[in-house]
Design a binder for this molecule. Sequence first.
Ligand SMILES: *Cc1c(COP(=O)(O)O)cnc(C)c1O
Length: 384
Amino acid sequence: MTTSDRFATRAIHAGQEFDPTTGAVIPPIYQTSTFVQESIGSLRGGYEYARSGNPTRTALETLLAALEGGKHGLSFASGLAAEDALLRAVLQPGDHVVLGNDVYGGTYRLINRVHGAWGIRNTPVDLADLDAVRAAVSTEATRILWIETPSNPLMKISDVAALVEIGHAAGALVVVDNTFASPALQQPMSLGADVIVHSTTKYLGGHSDVIGGGLVINDDELHDKVKFLQFAAGAVSAPMDAFLTIRGIKTLDVRMERHSANAQAIAEALVGHPALEAVYYPGLPSHPGHELAARQMSGFGGMLSIAVVGGADAARRFAESLEVFQLAESLGGVESLVNYPSAMTHASVKGTELEVPENVVRLSVGIEDVDDLVADVLQALDAS
Ligand SMILES: *Cc1c(COP(=O)(O)O)cnc(C)c1O
């Protein structure tokens, strides 16, 4: 297996050697907490106790690094656990983080409330406004520039290469949360990003059956620091969870193609609909980030949002009238989901700079038959 293997091949084979004792094609789920030592301190394959390492987790970590074209992968119990380990490895009290003003609400909550209590300061900025980012990173002891693109839920596209340049000029570590695009559609390390963050709960797992998170890091020293925290604080992914995530990743490439095609069809069916104020989908030529997305991504993804005419009431009625789309938080699974951000995923940022308008509804477009999905959205708009 070489790193020059193309993406779909890597997604199926990286870190997935067959079991040498039986020839089992799929690496086993090592459902064990500890490992026998040949003699005191003499470990088989380096495995000692499963918080420090487990072969199923290693298989996932190798795969994560290969997907993003990075050197080291680390897998965690959730996306936020991964973020927390990274933040604690990098930051000291008094340090400063610049982050998008529309990053995932849980990321903002973690940085602002949890790390804020330990003396970490933050400045949310509009990542599309490069001058504002430049000003924000140069005024303080900025250690991290945190990027999310496309953003949630308004699908704003930020210029990763330009932001990397600004972040590096200020001496900051540039982190990209690549959950929404997935590495099948966007490769931020090739644009200069230092660290990639994933909620593997979403597209990587892809089947809404497992919570998990991952980091991909190139720098050896930073990797060692985060790996130490993974071991010392212990928010690791369990073997069964790692297995489910690996199983999901094998089909990532084909799933993202279908997610993107279905979302594009829905977006096109909705443009100009009289019940809508706006359709937010980077695959639409009218989207302000369309050209940048076309350059920076190899597909536009499965997430789209709409702003409905008639405010909060109409938005709620629309969300509750869908039949194929199920009303639930989260995204990235094969099944279509609808979310009402201001009272669901983004309730925690109400009243802050990250607040989402009350007439916005977010769709995670699944891989069901596209005609069924379009028909469902249109009937729900009639009902709203
Ligand atoms: C869900 C999500 C997270 C958090 O991941 P969990 O697995 O829920 O902890 C982080 N970033 C983005 C963009 C997400 O969608």
